[in-house]
Design a protein around this ligand. Structure first.
Ligand SMILES: [Fe+2]
Ligand SMILES: [Fe+2]
Length: 273
Protein backbone atom coordinates (compact mmCIF):
# COMPACT_ATOMS: atom_id res chain seq x y z
CA UNK A 1 0.00 0.00 0.00
CA UNK A 2 1.38 3.36 -1.01
CA UNK A 3 1.02 6.14 1.54
CA UNK A 4 1.36 9.78 0.59
CA UNK A 5 1.88 12.21 3.45
CA UNK A 6 2.09 15.97 3.80
CA UNK A 7 1.39 18.48 6.55
CA UNK A 8 1.26 22.23 7.03
CA UNK A 9 -0.91 23.13 4.07
CA UNK A 10 -1.86 26.36 5.90
CA UNK A 11 -4.84 26.95 3.63
CA UNK A 12 -6.08 30.57 3.63
CA UNK A 13 -9.37 32.11 2.49
CA UNK A 14 -7.56 33.10 -0.70
CA UNK A 15 -6.11 29.63 -1.41
CA UNK A 16 -8.92 28.43 -3.67
CA UNK A 17 -7.42 26.78 -6.75
CA UNK A 18 -3.86 26.80 -5.40
CA UNK A 19 -3.79 23.41 -3.71
CA UNK A 20 -5.48 21.37 -6.44
CA UNK A 21 -2.53 21.31 -8.88
CA UNK A 22 -0.15 20.41 -6.04
CA UNK A 23 -2.23 17.52 -4.73
CA UNK A 24 -3.79 16.14 -7.91
CA UNK A 25 -0.78 13.89 -8.73
CA UNK A 26 -1.37 12.01 -5.49
CA UNK A 27 -4.13 9.93 -7.09
CA UNK A 28 -1.74 8.09 -9.38
CA UNK A 29 1.10 7.75 -6.86
CA UNK A 30 -0.63 6.62 -3.69
CA UNK A 31 -3.55 4.64 -2.27
CA UNK A 32 -4.03 6.78 0.83
CA UNK A 33 -3.29 10.42 1.67
CA UNK A 34 -2.21 11.37 5.20
CA UNK A 35 -2.46 15.02 6.29
CA UNK A 36 -0.30 15.98 9.28
CA UNK A 37 -2.02 19.06 10.69
CA UNK A 38 -1.91 22.83 10.21
CA UNK A 39 -4.38 22.18 7.45
CA UNK A 40 -5.69 25.74 7.79
CA UNK A 41 -3.76 28.90 8.60
CA UNK A 42 -5.97 30.36 11.34
CA UNK A 43 -8.40 27.55 12.03
CA UNK A 44 -11.24 29.50 10.39
CA UNK A 45 -14.41 27.93 9.07
CA UNK A 46 -13.91 29.79 5.77
CA UNK A 47 -10.42 28.30 5.41
CA UNK A 48 -11.72 24.80 6.17
CA UNK A 49 -14.38 25.25 3.47
CA UNK A 50 -11.70 26.24 0.94
CA UNK A 51 -9.61 23.22 1.93
CA UNK A 52 -12.63 20.90 1.67
CA UNK A 53 -13.28 22.19 -1.86
CA UNK A 54 -9.66 21.75 -2.87
CA UNK A 55 -9.49 18.21 -1.50
CA UNK A 56 -12.80 17.20 -3.02
CA UNK A 57 -11.74 18.53 -6.42
CA UNK A 58 -8.21 17.10 -6.44
CA UNK A 59 -8.05 13.91 -4.38
CA UNK A 60 -9.85 10.65 -5.21
CA UNK A 61 -8.10 8.38 -2.67
CA UNK A 62 -9.04 8.11 1.05
CA UNK A 63 -7.73 10.92 3.24
CA UNK A 64 -6.80 10.61 6.93
CA UNK A 65 -5.82 13.72 8.89
CA UNK A 66 -4.92 15.15 12.26
CA UNK A 67 -5.25 18.81 13.15
CA UNK A 68 -2.33 21.08 14.05
CA UNK A 69 -1.91 24.05 16.36
CA UNK A 70 -2.96 26.49 13.61
CA UNK A 71 -6.28 24.66 13.27
CA UNK A 72 -6.96 25.60 16.91
CA UNK A 73 -6.10 29.30 16.57
CA UNK A 74 -9.68 30.56 16.21
CA UNK A 75 -11.05 28.35 18.96
CA UNK A 76 -13.21 26.25 16.66
CA UNK A 77 -11.29 23.06 15.85
CA UNK A 78 -14.60 21.18 16.02
CA UNK A 79 -15.88 23.26 13.08
CA UNK A 80 -12.73 22.54 11.09
CA UNK A 81 -13.15 18.84 11.87
CA UNK A 82 -16.84 18.88 10.96
CA UNK A 83 -16.27 20.55 7.60
CA UNK A 84 -13.45 18.19 6.68
CA UNK A 85 -15.41 15.17 7.86
CA UNK A 86 -18.36 16.19 5.68
CA UNK A 87 -15.89 16.35 2.78
CA UNK A 88 -14.97 12.72 3.46
CA UNK A 89 -11.75 13.24 5.41
CA UNK A 90 -11.17 10.94 8.40
CA UNK A 91 -9.98 13.34 11.11
CA UNK A 92 -8.29 11.51 14.00
CA UNK A 93 -7.92 12.89 17.53
CA UNK A 94 -6.84 9.91 19.55
CA UNK A 95 -8.70 7.49 17.31
CA UNK A 96 -7.59 4.54 15.24
CA UNK A 97 -8.69 3.70 11.73
CA UNK A 98 -8.12 0.71 9.48
CA UNK A 99 -7.93 1.07 5.72
CA UNK A 100 -7.12 -1.92 3.52
CA UNK A 101 -5.33 -3.73 6.33
CA UNK A 102 -3.22 -0.76 7.38
CA UNK A 103 -3.95 0.72 10.78
CA UNK A 104 -3.54 4.42 11.40
CA UNK A 105 -3.41 5.96 14.88
CA UNK A 106 -3.68 9.73 14.90
CA UNK A 107 -3.28 12.52 17.41
CA UNK A 108 -2.11 16.12 17.24
CA UNK A 109 0.58 15.74 19.87
CA UNK A 110 2.07 18.72 21.69
CA UNK A 111 5.28 20.49 22.62
CA UNK A 112 7.59 20.20 25.62
CA UNK A 113 11.06 19.34 24.38
CA UNK A 114 13.19 16.28 23.94
CA UNK A 115 15.32 13.90 25.96
CA UNK A 116 16.85 15.34 29.10
CA UNK A 117 15.50 18.76 28.12
CA UNK A 118 11.87 17.60 28.27
CA UNK A 119 9.85 20.03 30.38
CA UNK A 120 8.73 18.48 33.66
CA UNK A 121 5.46 19.02 35.56
CA UNK A 122 7.04 20.99 38.37
CA UNK A 123 6.56 24.42 39.89
CA UNK A 124 3.82 26.78 38.78
CA UNK A 125 0.34 25.51 37.90
CA UNK A 126 0.77 26.97 34.38
CA UNK A 127 3.82 24.79 33.80
CA UNK A 128 1.93 21.75 35.05
CA UNK A 129 -1.00 22.49 32.71
CA UNK A 130 1.38 22.82 29.77
CA UNK A 131 3.01 19.48 30.55
CA UNK A 132 -0.37 17.88 31.16
CA UNK A 133 -1.41 18.76 27.60
CA UNK A 134 1.60 16.82 26.31
CA UNK A 135 0.83 13.91 28.63
CA UNK A 136 -2.80 13.89 27.48
CA UNK A 137 -1.81 13.85 23.80
CA UNK A 138 0.66 11.00 24.43
CA UNK A 139 -2.14 9.12 26.19
CA UNK A 140 -4.42 9.67 23.18
CA UNK A 141 -1.74 8.32 20.86
CA UNK A 142 -1.14 5.31 23.11
CA UNK A 143 -4.85 4.54 23.28
CA UNK A 144 -5.22 4.74 19.51
CA UNK A 145 -2.20 2.48 18.93
CA UNK A 146 -3.48 -0.04 21.46
CA UNK A 147 -6.75 -0.37 19.52
CA UNK A 148 -5.10 -1.30 16.22
CA UNK A 149 -5.45 -4.94 15.24
CA UNK A 150 -3.86 -4.69 11.81
CA UNK A 151 -0.52 -6.08 10.70
CA UNK A 152 0.78 -2.62 9.87
CA UNK A 153 0.72 0.31 12.28
CA UNK A 154 1.14 3.90 11.15
CA UNK A 155 1.26 6.87 13.54
CA UNK A 156 0.03 10.26 12.37
CA UNK A 157 1.01 13.37 14.36
CA UNK A 158 1.43 17.10 13.95
CA UNK A 159 4.19 17.62 16.53
CA UNK A 160 7.41 15.66 16.35
CA UNK A 161 8.10 12.76 18.72
CA UNK A 162 11.87 12.97 18.16
CA UNK A 163 14.49 15.70 18.08
CA UNK A 164 16.17 14.48 14.91
CA UNK A 165 13.41 15.64 12.55
CA UNK A 166 13.28 19.16 14.01
CA UNK A 167 17.01 19.66 13.59
CA UNK A 168 17.62 22.56 11.27
CA UNK A 169 15.24 24.76 13.22
CA UNK A 170 16.64 27.39 15.63
CA UNK A 171 17.63 25.58 18.80
CA UNK A 172 15.67 28.14 20.85
CA UNK A 173 12.33 26.91 19.47
CA UNK A 174 12.93 23.16 19.44
CA UNK A 175 11.07 22.77 22.74
CA UNK A 176 7.94 24.01 20.97
CA UNK A 177 8.20 21.68 17.98
CA UNK A 178 7.45 18.41 19.73
CA UNK A 179 8.23 16.25 22.71
CA UNK A 180 9.78 12.94 23.62
CA UNK A 181 6.63 12.23 25.60
CA UNK A 182 5.13 11.12 22.28
CA UNK A 183 7.98 8.69 21.67
CA UNK A 184 7.14 6.29 24.51
CA UNK A 185 3.84 5.09 23.00
CA UNK A 186 5.52 4.63 19.62
CA UNK A 187 8.23 2.44 21.12
CA UNK A 188 5.75 0.38 23.16
CA UNK A 189 3.67 -0.65 20.15
CA UNK A 190 4.59 -2.34 16.86
CA UNK A 191 4.64 0.91 14.90
CA UNK A 192 6.06 0.71 11.39
CA UNK A 193 6.48 4.40 10.70
CA UNK A 194 5.54 7.85 11.93
CA UNK A 195 4.59 10.97 9.99
CA UNK A 196 4.47 14.48 11.42
CA UNK A 197 4.69 18.12 10.36
CA UNK A 198 4.99 21.43 12.28
CA UNK A 199 8.78 21.85 11.89
CA UNK A 200 8.78 23.75 8.59
CA UNK A 201 12.56 24.00 8.56
CA UNK A 202 13.43 20.72 10.23
CA UNK A 203 14.88 17.52 8.79
CA UNK A 204 13.21 14.97 6.54
CA UNK A 205 13.91 11.75 8.42
CA UNK A 206 14.77 10.46 11.84
CA UNK A 207 14.13 7.45 14.04
CA UNK A 208 12.79 6.77 17.49
CA UNK A 209 15.19 5.26 20.02
CA UNK A 210 13.75 1.87 19.00
CA UNK A 211 14.56 2.54 15.35
CA UNK A 212 11.07 3.35 14.04
CA UNK A 213 11.34 5.63 10.99
CA UNK A 214 9.98 9.14 11.53
CA UNK A 215 9.19 11.38 8.55
CA UNK A 216 8.76 15.14 8.78
CA UNK A 217 6.43 15.92 5.90
CA UNK A 218 5.79 19.64 6.48
CA UNK A 219 4.99 21.00 3.03
CA UNK A 220 7.41 23.96 3.27
CA UNK A 221 10.21 21.51 4.04
CA UNK A 222 9.29 19.21 1.14
CA UNK A 223 9.08 22.16 -1.26
CA UNK A 224 12.45 23.41 -0.09
CA UNK A 225 14.22 20.04 -0.24
CA UNK A 226 12.57 18.75 -3.43
CA UNK A 227 11.80 21.76 -5.63
CA UNK A 228 9.70 20.93 -8.67
CA UNK A 229 8.31 17.72 -7.22
CA UNK A 230 4.77 17.11 -5.99
CA UNK A 231 4.82 18.22 -2.32
CA UNK A 232 3.95 14.98 -0.62
CA UNK A 233 6.07 12.08 0.51
CA UNK A 234 5.26 8.61 -0.82
CA UNK A 235 6.24 5.58 1.24
CA UNK A 236 5.14 2.03 0.48
CA UNK A 237 4.10 -0.24 3.30
CA UNK A 238 5.00 -3.79 2.37
CA UNK A 239 4.06 -6.98 4.19
CA UNK A 240 7.35 -8.84 4.43
CA UNK A 241 7.55 -11.62 7.03
CA UNK A 242 11.10 -12.52 6.12
CA UNK A 243 12.64 -9.09 6.62
CA UNK A 244 11.93 -6.16 8.88
CA UNK A 245 8.27 -5.52 9.43
CA UNK A 246 8.14 -2.78 6.88
CA UNK A 247 10.08 -2.04 3.75
CA UNK A 248 9.70 1.50 2.60
CA UNK A 249 10.81 2.20 -0.90
CA UNK A 250 10.91 4.73 -3.60
CA UNK A 251 7.50 4.69 -5.09
CA UNK A 252 5.96 5.49 -8.42
CA UNK A 253 9.14 6.55 -10.18
CA UNK A 254 7.32 5.55 -13.30
CA UNK A 255 5.15 8.56 -12.81
CA UNK A 256 3.50 9.49 -16.01
CA UNK A 257 3.23 13.11 -16.87
CA UNK A 258 5.57 14.34 -14.16
CA UNK A 259 8.89 15.99 -14.74
CA UNK A 260 10.25 14.32 -11.63
CA UNK A 261 8.95 11.47 -9.47
CA UNK A 262 7.24 12.12 -6.16
CA UNK A 263 9.34 12.17 -3.06
CA UNK A 264 10.10 8.64 -1.90
CA UNK A 265 12.59 7.25 0.55
CA UNK A 266 15.25 5.42 -1.40
CA UNK A 267 17.69 5.41 1.52
CA UNK A 268 15.27 3.59 3.78
CA UNK A 269 14.41 1.09 1.06
CA UNK A 270 18.07 0.30 0.59
CA UNK A 271 18.52 -0.32 4.31
CA UNK A 272 15.60 -2.68 4.51
CA UNK A 273 16.21 -4.37 1.24
FE1 LIG B 1 2.76 24.65 10.27
FE1 LIG C 1 2.18 23.69 13.54
Amino acid sequence: MRLAAVGDLHVKKTSLGQLQPLLAPVNEHADLLLLCGDLTDYGLKEEALVLAKELTAAVRIPIVAVLGNHDYESGQPEEVTRILTEAGVHVLDGEALEINGVGIAGAKGFAGGFGRATLGAWGEPATKRFVQEAVDEATKLEGALARLRTERHIALLHYSPVRSTVEGEPVEIMTFLGTSRLEGPLNRHPVDMVFHGHAHHGSLEGRTSNGIPVYNVAMPLLLQKFPGRPPFRVVEVVASPTSETVAAMESAVKAAGLRQPPIGSAAHAAENG
